[in-house]
Write a protein that binds this ligand. Structure first.
Ligand code: WT7
Length: 638
């Protein structure tokens, strides 16, 4: 392996083998100077995390750092009481009231900045408005919102009064939204009149109104005038205007005393079965671990302008657009729009204008923007950037090198962060001073203990693939699946012996202890970084009258990472015409939302199954990719 990157090489070999040492300026300025020493500091996880927890305001200090007595229902910072919004907003009012907390920008060029003092004002009024609507500690509040300042204020208002928020990504369909609201038994839905996307406005209120019809638990729907002027009013009589509500509300609000283990939010994510899982996160540990990891991995300091491009509706938006940056008192950019609209330099224009210092996005976004060529970023002043990051799927070395050369201008390290909705915070990630290998998320962070194991729970030696597991609990781990503790135990803790958390990913560790994530071990696909279960897509297919059976697989795609390929058996009397193919694609999109983009559909008379009737997707996939099918002793085609 060579030591130094060849500075003017654009050609990247298929197997990138260079190691990128930290830039000297980074090494000189970053807070953490010694990676190994920092990792060792995390060996005693309880001491490590307790030390980190001291950085926050607790109304009552915890008595026990970690309670394992009811494993895998772990409890962190037992008996501690705190309030996340107090720590993320109110706490900064004495030290930095006029510092910009959030800077909203959209593809139309609109801007709105709010300081910590202004954010506190808006959060408090929203909190009082929620109380006026009858929302109390523990009540679930669903949100179907675009990325905007009001959305952040609503999340923080819930956390301030102890209500549990449940955001649903605004690209989900009516059916998906209704299913999540019903599962969470939400009393209130907060939505907006619409969202901007590629020069169009997309109606959200219509979807929300239709969804609420199937959700008897929802007592009130609040609508934020986002694309329209609030003065124009709403044609819909059954909704309450957010702006009217907060106009009448008091701007003072005492924080609710929250137990460290009180629920903060529920966020749904796809699993191997058709029913999405309601991942439950709690207060104290989530606060400590999200802020600590952002601080360490991106070396956040007072002068940073932080930009995580994820939508608020995903865990990345929750942890790293909202909670962690605000807990650290930094400035966080909230962006609404497509990365290539109105032009392929949309993101770089924002970096230039707002002097973004730390930028965090998904590999699929980088690959997409790569297609338009490097002249777009070259025309922008990106000199403010210091550290870059990626998340969501493995980053291919070509995209890594492009990001490094054309966005980071050969001096910004790239933090490839591996984590999940369930983990709440970064788990495997470099620090700015780590030597980087493109495509590897490097090593578990301090206080995180990860390993590669086989299905028997045995250690897998370096160089061989296996299941990525987390061996010790960590503060921001999910606590359960909402209303389904059995599924929580079964999915994450009982797949292999030994009481370890099974992530569902396949990984390999190399001879230097670096982890290489290879993708999911279960029937979960990653389409443009979004997680979606094969069975969700299949049930959307079979809900169409022409379809008898369907099986879907993920097929590698140069931009989206994976695309969906569907194998469909039609009912008698139907023919696989191009019109039907279009109709099916539309149908699935309608059922699940625009994230469910179907690449190919092939019509077939049989599907490979086990004798017990389970579809063998791995056989379809192996055939598709022309690779060895493996053990097919149970295979039949019906
Ligand atoms: C799955 C979790 C956590 C934020 C966004 C996704 C994949 C995530 C990486 C990475 C390789 C990654 C894994 C994981 N993944 N980050 N840096 N390298 N794979 O959250 O929707 O819960 O998906 O995303 O497969 O299990 P999510």
């Amino acid at each position: 392996m060579s030591k130094n990157p060849d500075e003017d090489t654009t050609a990247v070999l298929l197997h990138e083998r260079r190691i990128f040492p930290p830039d000297p300026t980074i090494r000189a300025t970053t807070r953490i100077k010694d990676w190994d020493a920092e990792l060792r500091a995390g060996d005693d996880i309880e001491t490590y995390w307790a030390e980190k927890a001291r950085a926050f305001t607790w109304f009552h200090r915890w008595t026990t750092v970690l309670d394992t007595s009811d494993a895998p229902f772990y409890r962190w910072f037992v008996d501690g009481t705190t309030n996340l919004t107090y720590n993320a907003v109110d706490r900064h009012l004495t030290t930095r009231p006029d510092h910009v907390a959030l800077r909203y920008t959209n593809e139309q060029g609109a801007e709105r900045a709010v300081t910590y003092a202004e954010l506190a004002h808006e959060v408090n009024r929203t909190a009082n408005a929620l109380i006026a609507l009858g929302i109390r500690k523990g009540d679930r509040v669903a949100m179907y919102l675009p990325p905007c300042i009001e959305a952040v204020a609503c999340m923080l208002a819930c956390a301030k009064i102890g209500a549990v928020h449940g955001l649903v990504y605004a690209g989900f369909s009516t059916r998906a939204l209704a299913e999540r609201i019903r599962d969470a038994d939400a009393k209130l839905l907060i939505t907006a009149d619409g969202t901007f996307r590629r020069g169009k406005t997309i109606d959200l209120l219509g979807v929300a109104t239709e969804a609420v019809r199937e959700c008897p638990s929802v007592e009130t729907t609040v609508v934020i005038a986002h694309v329209q002027d609030p003065e124009e009013g709403h044609t819909n009589q059954n909704v309450v205007s957010y702006h009217d509500l907060i106009a009448q509300a008091d701007a003072r609000c005492e924080p609710e005393m929250m137990d460290a283990e009180d629920v903060l939010f529920i966020l749904y994510t796809s699993g191997s079965t058709g029913k999405p899982k309601g991942v439950v996160h709690t207060t104290g540990g989530y606060m400590v671990a999200t802020a600590t990891t952002l601080q360490d991995v991106f070396d956040i300091n007072d002068h940073d302008v932080w930009w995580c491009t994820a939508d608020l509706g995903w865990i990345t938006g929750h942890s790293y657009s909202v909670y962690a940056p605000l807990l650290l008192g930094t400035t966080s950019i909230i962006y609404e729009g497509a990365p290539d609209y109105p032009q392929p330099d949309a993101l770089w224009r924002v970096v230039e204008r707002d002097k973004v210092t730390k930028f965090y996005t998904a590999p699929t976004t980088i690959r997409h923007l790569m297609r338009f060529g490097e002249t777009w970023p070259q025309r922008c002043d990106l000199s403010s950037l210091k550290i870059l990051g990626t998340v969501g799927e493995p980053i291919n070395p070509e995209a890594w090198i492009w990001y490094y050369e054309h966005i980071g201008r050969l001096h910004c390290p790239i933090m490839d962060t591996w984590w999940q909705t369930e983990t709440g915070c970064f788990m495997i990630s470099p620090l700015p001073i780590s030597p980087l290998k493109p495509g590897s998320a490097t090593k578990p962070l301090p206080g995180i203990v990860a390993e590669v194991m086989d299905v028997e729970g045995r250690h897998v030696p370096p160089g061989r693939g296996g299941l990525l597991v987390i061996k010790r609990p960590w503060p921001s781990m999910l606590r359960t699946l909402y209303n389904n503790p059995e599924r929580y135990k079964k999915t994450y803790w009982e797949q292999i012996p030994g009481g370890v958390y099974v992530s569902g990913d396949i990984a390999r560790m190399d001879e230097d202890g670096y982890f290489w994530i290879q993708g999911r071990a279960d029937d979960v696909l990653k389409i443009a970084g979004h997680r979606i279960g094969t069975s969700e897509i299949e049930s959307a297919f079979v809900s169409h009258h022409a379809v008898s059976e369907a099986a879907v697989i993920g097929k590698p795609d140069p931009i989206k990472g994976e695309i969906v390929k569907a194998f469909v058996i039609l009912r008698g009397g139907y023919e696989g015409t191009p019109e039907l193919t279009e109709a099916l694609k539309k149908h699935v999109r309608h059922e699940l939302g625009p994230i469910a983009v179907i690449g190919d559909i092939v019509y077939t008379a049989t599907l490979p199954k086990t004798r017990s009737g389970k579809i063998m997707r791995r056989v379809l996939k192996a055939r598709e990719l022309g690779i060895d099918v493996g053990d097919v002793s149970t295979l039949i085609e019906t």
